[in-house]
Ligand binder design. Structure first.
Ligand code: FAD
Length: 1127
């Protein structure tokens, strides 16, 4: 029999009472599996019968279905433990000689092991709650933290009691890790400037003649963060990637940077600023385990006179959460309050309401900023402010909640990870191109995740499989209608940007002449922009207009070049459809009428009209209608609402902000991420079960005492100076929190205009999988209200019922399906009983998998997010009345009230990363309201006195040397010319494809990773028995020998998962390598053509004819120093 667990009162279900609970989830869930055990025992003796990881998967039929190749599993940082040379903390000379950028481009899997990670597969105990609180980082510190100090330029040094506290980073207790960095051989590489750490290594690759640059805390040294061993273009490439990975345009100022700098900076200086800013980001993205210091930031400047520029860039990045964010320990600059000001030593309070991703992200960043900018308070005679979180639930995470399953005794995932079900967020939509979770999940917490493969197959309502060809044909038709409806999309706002010199940035070069009027002066005087304005001009830029992805089970990519004027009949004929006999070749759709029929047209009505009009062109069958409606359901999942309630013009207003890389799921539960933010590096102060009911505030500040009073339903009252409200939009809409005075109309109106939708899940746990275990998801078509109907209206109520099943066997720990209830079906789930839903889904699955019998699930969980008073729904959407820019209005502060949460993040709404980003934004606002904007020194750039060749590593090579009168040598002019050719090439065809690396996976190493600690324990025990010494430990060589023997004598069943894993990795690498050759060949051909054309159009100023046939390192993809090679 199965047990059902209604999400709204699972608290009571667990406690065996029937009383309705105000909480969606149990207050005990986080503790329910807290197994009290010593850290040591937790590491050595993974409990339960599943001590051998992965072996449970042996029962599953790998490769049984040819279509469904297994998707990838990423074992957090641990997968890279054996590639010490590949750590992004080292300079990592790549297989092909080029230096890759580690975390930056995400192609690398070579992340450094996190200090939070326990490398036998038990990740940090705080993250999933499997181990008692006694094993916390906090207690690790009490046990005697071993601090790793590094000097300002990133050189790791032994802790010194005499060195300044400010120059140290106290890392977590590495004794808590089963493998210390020292054991792994990278103790000298804890640095944001990894290259520098190698200066101490005599075998390191400092370029000849370079004097090791060492800086001490507080001392600023130009160039000290620019690795001499990197070519300028490789350095530039890494900086550019770092900016892109931080959601910043490497070639232009962010609008906020523009506002901050416009009165202080000239156009050429923009390039200098961007070079420095991108270089600081490079430091951070290469190693987000370690904070970037202001000294390191200054080391990104090529000349001393740019130190102020570097500082402004640093503080802008710091405050706005582009660097030093997440679970990273930061230095505390708060000194003692000067005696003259010490009287009273007041302390301001910031209250954060809600411990979801936005609240935790905000509070964690505030803590970091208050520490790093602490002196700004102490110098005023104040103590740095304190941060308190008020959370209504008994747990963190909010809409990220991994509910522990009842059966924890058997598991399909590695020991130490809980068997859980994702009640809320589940999918990470790509780590690359700017997802802040990249740094947190992969870079800091080292949480394993499972990469999803979009290999959805669809089942028809009667259980038969939909033919792939029909699926593809209908999907094309659907995309065509979506594209035609996209014509009515709001034009994205254009905004003014100031660009740097793209060619110089591409080559990592600063302009030689930086003088002139500031941007503001030029703008106000209407002076024409400098000659060559395409390189240093102010321009306007539009957002890109491609991409629709969101969280849907299948991605929709709108093509930039779609031409809605192509007649519909012609378009569908090209797709492979046959026209009706009475349709003409030039017949098309007219969506104007429906789009203009209402002041608030919806996407659904418009598309449905499109489908109807297509029915006059095509002989659509009921199955086509079911397929089209499956795609509607998929959009309803992405938007948590029926397409009939989505704004036609704005539903995808976040378009173009998608991340890249495979979508994935967190192994052992997404909740590990908010738990990490809460606990690491030290616990944030959270008051649980504190449901806020009223907020009294002075919008202008009352001048005395705290301006805000917050009252909770349990009677607690808190006073604060600033409050960050992160409660879901649904809660704000419900009015359960009263504001005194009421929120102004502009805020209240936007709360009403914005949409807050619903998505629910029916989670089914089984003893065995009856589906294809390697297929990550499969879809199910629904019939209309009237059977086999050809009328679109008949499909809206039912199309979202169990329309998609996620197979979570690789992430949840048990054979589990998560069925989605999207659109109107989400409301149906709220109104139906668990048993009705389970019966219905079991009938559907029985048809799909017949003749296999489908049992009732052993455990079922149904979410009902609408009933949850602390959520009141799932996530925000753009409703018909929502106006362009409403997300930003939601985000706008009002007096001491600040707002965060997914519904305040217009660029990434309805997501975990969007929520997190909103928290960072709110933290920056709070700090600004307390200490004001970043102060830009005047003058920002000091006048050049003379060029000091010895200051720059560039000068180490004669060809880069500037002559003393500042004139550029012929060689430099050639290089400038080369730079413009490269600019033309990169501008047209982008970067040369990067050579793929080896698969780098070895079955024995994988096995070793899993068995090392078990083997170590056995060897230690033998040693103790042999020597009689209770503290005896086996040597590494003994353990290695023993584990080698274990592997050689292991049964084929034990070896199989490791061999399979290795084979899969090799296959994937081979597949990638095969396409790589073709792509490179095409790129090379194109690059040669563009070079020739460029030279013909712009003959070389120095008359150097050789250039026609030469190629630079970028064109050769070698990443070596710029050199010209004849071909
Ligand atoms: C079913 C579902 C599936 C989803 N799937 C995905 C996905 O796959 N990928 C993805 O990126 N995103 C997904 N999301 C969206 C994602 O979960 C949210 O966007 C994100 O978690 C929101 O974070 P937040 O901090 O804005 O809000 P929340 O996480 O809701 O945090 C707000 C906190 O405020 C607390 N609170 C509320 N009212 C009060 C009060 N009066 N007093 C005190 N505390 C209060 C709440 O308890 C909560 O902890 C999904 C959401 C749902 C519901």
């Amino acid at each position: 029999m199965f047990s059902t667990l209604a999400a709204t009162n699972d608290d009571d279900a667990l406690n065996g009472t029937a009383l309705p609970s105000p909480f969606l989830f149990s207050p005990h869930h986080d503790d329910v599996l807290s197994i009290s055990m010593s850290h040591e025992s937790a590491l050595i003796k993974p409990h339960g019968p599943t001590a051998v990881p992965i072996s449970a998967l042996n029962n599953l039929a790998y490769g049984q279905y040819s279509e469904s190749t297994p998707s990838s599993t990423h074992n957090g940082d641990v997968s890279d433990l054996f590639e010490t040379n590949g750590s992004h903390m080292s300079s990592r000379e790549d297989r092909d000689g080029s230096i890759s950028s580690g975390l930056v481009n995400g192609h690398e899997r070579s992340h450094a092991p996190s200090p939070l990670h326990i490398s036998n597969g038990l990740q940090h105990p705080h993250l999933n709650g499997t181990v008692s609180e006694a094993n916390s980082i906090g207690s690790a510190k009490q046990n005697g933290p071993k601090s790793i100090a590094r000097t300002a330029n990133g050189i790791t040094a032994a802790p010194s009691s005499t060195s300044s506290r400010k120059s140290k980073l106290h890392m977590f207790n590495h004794n808590q890790m089963t493998r210390s960095p020292t054991e792994m051989g990278w103790d000298a590489k804890f640095s944001s400037t990894p290259e520098l750490s190698q200066q101490d290594n005599p075998g390191g690759r400092r370029s000849g003649g370079a004097t090791p640059i060492k800086a001490i805390a507080g001392e600023l040294r130009a160039n000290s963060s620019i690795p001499a061993a990197l070519s300028w273009e490789e350095f530039a490439r890494q900086c550019i990637l770092a900016a892109e990975s931080s959601r910043l345009n490497p070639f232009s100022l962010h609008p906020e940077e523009y506002k901050l700098l416009r009165e202080h900076i000239t156009h050429p200086q923009v390039t200098i600023y961007l070079n420095i800013r991108n270089a600081i980001l490079r430091l951070w993205t290469r190693n987000p385990l370690v904070y970037v210091t202001v000294e390191e930031a200054a080391g990104c400047a090529r000349e001393k006179r740019y130190f102020s520029v570097a500082k402004v860039a640093y503080y802008w990045l710091l405050r706005n959460g582009y660097i030093n964010f997440g679970c990273v320990e930061v230095p505390n600059t708060a000194g003692s309050i000067p005696r003259i000001k010490a009287k009273g030593g007041p302390r301001r309070t910031v209250l954060v309401i809600g411990a979801g991703m936005s609240g935790l992200g905000c509070a964690r960043h505030l803590e970091g900023l208050f520490a790093q900018l602490g002196d700004q308070w102490t110098e005023q005679g104040e103590r740095p402010p304190k941060v308190i979180i008020l959370e209504g639930r008994p747990r963190v995470g909010g809409r990220v909640y991994s509910h522990p399953l009842r059966d924890q005794t058997r598991s399909t995932i590695r020991p130490g990870y809980r068997n859980t079900a994702e009640m809320g967020a589940q999918i990470v939509t790509g780590y690359e191109h700017g997802n802040p979770l990249n740094a947190i999940v992969r870079g800091q917490l080292g949480i394993p995740y499972h990469g999803l493969r979009d290999n959805t197959i669809l089942y028809d309502h009667d259980g038969s499989k939909v033919e792939r060809s029909q699926d593809i044909l209908v999907e094309k038709l659907y995309n065509d209608i979506l594209e035609r409806a996209a014509v009515y999309r709001h034009k994205p706002a254009t905004f003014r940007v100031v660009e740097g010199d793209r060619n110089l940035i591409l080559f990592g070069r600063d302009p030689s002449d930086t003088g002139g009027a500031t941007i503001a002066t030029l703008e106000s005087s209407n002076t024409p922009l400098p000659a060559g304005a395409n390189t240093t001009a102010s321009t306007t830029e539009e957002k890109p207009s491609t991409g629709v992805e969101k969280l849907a089970g299948r991605a929709y990519q709108l093509s930039a070049g779609f031409n809605p004027n192509i007649p519909a009949a012609e378009a569908v004929r090209t797709m492979g459809w046959q026209l009706r006999h009475d349709a003409s070749n030039d017949q098309s759709l007219d969506l104007n009428k429906i789009a203009q029929s209402s002041p608030h047209p919806t996407l659904g009505e418009t598309m449905d009209d499109g489908i109807k009009q297509y029915q006059a062109i095509l002989d659509l069958k009921p199955k086509d209608l079911r397929l089209l409606n499956w795609h509607h359901a998929n959009l309803e999942y992405a938007n948590a609402v029926s397409v009939n309630q989505l704004s036609l013009s704005g539903w995808d207003q976040d378009i173009g902000n998608e991340f890249e890389g495979e979508h994935s799921e967190i192994i052992g539960g997404y909740l590990q991420v908010p738990r990490g933010l809460w606990q690491c590096p030290s616990k944030l102060e959270i008051h649980f079960k504190s449901v806020v009911k009223s907020i009294r505030y002075h919008s202008e500040g009352n001048g005395k005492g705290k301006g805000v009073m917050v009252e909770c339903t349990n009677g607690e009252v808190f006073e604060a100076d600033e409050v960050v409200i992160t409660t879901p939009l649904g809660v704000l809409k419900s009015g359960s929190i009263t504001f005194e005075p009421p929120l102004p109309n502009w805020k209240q109106d936007v709360i009403e205009r914005m949409g807050f939708g619903l998505l629910n899940k029916v989670i089914l746990v089984y003893d065995e999988a009856f589906w294809e275990p390697n297929r990550d998801m499969f879809g199910l078509l629904n019939d209309g209200e009237r059977k086999a109907s050809l009328d679109q209206h008949d499909y809206s109520t039912r199309r979202g019922r169990f329309y998609l099943f996620w197979n979570c066997i690789k992430t949840s720990g048990r054979p589990m399906l998560v069925a989605l209830m999207a659109g109107e079906a989400a409301h149906y789930a709220e109104a139906s009983s668990d048993s009705e839903l389970v019966q219905e889904v079991t009938d559907r699955l029985s048809k799909m998998f017949a003749p296999k019998p489908v049992p009732l699930p052993s455990e079922t969980i149904v979410t009902r997010w609408k009933r949850d008073p602390l959520a009141c729904g799932s996530y925000s959407y753009v409703g018909p009345k929502t106006q362009a820019g409403d997300y930003d209005v939601m985000a706008r502060s009002h007096g001491p009230l600040h707002f965060a949460g997914e519904a305040t993040c217009g660029t990434h709404p309805a997501t975990v990363h969007g929520a997190y980003l909103s928290g960072l934004r709110a933290a920056a606002e709070v700090v600004e309201s307390m200490i004001g904007r970043i102060k830009v020194p005047a003058p920002l750039v000091e006048k050049r006195i003379k060029v000091e060749p010895s200051l720059t590593p560039v000068s180490m090579e004669p060809k880069h040397r500037l002559s003393f009168d500042g004139r550029i040598t012929q060689q430099l002019r050639d290089e400038d010319y080369e730079a413009s050719i490269i600019g033309a090439i990169l501008g047209q065809i982008g970067e040369r494809p990067i050579k793929p690396g080896r698969a780098g996976v070895n079955p024995f190493l994988l096995y070793t990773k899993d068995y090392w600690y078990k083997c170590k324990a056995d060897c230690d025990a033998s040693r103790k028995a042999a020597t009689g010494d209770p503290n005896a430990k086996a040597s590494k060589t003994e353990i290695r020998t023993a584990i080698g023997l274990m592997w050689r004598t292991a049964s084929p069943e034990v070896k199989k998962p490791y061999l399979d894993h290795t084979q899969n990795a090799r296959d994937n690498a081979a597949a990638y390598a095969a396409t790589f050759k073709d792509r490179v060949a095409t790129w090379d051909r194109e690059a040669a053509r563009i070079r020739q054309e460029y030279i013909q159009a712009h003959p070389p100023p120095t008359g150097n004819e050789d250039m026609m046939n030469s190629r630079t390192a970028i064109e050769l993809g070698t990443g070596k120093r710029l050199r010209r090679l004849g071909t």
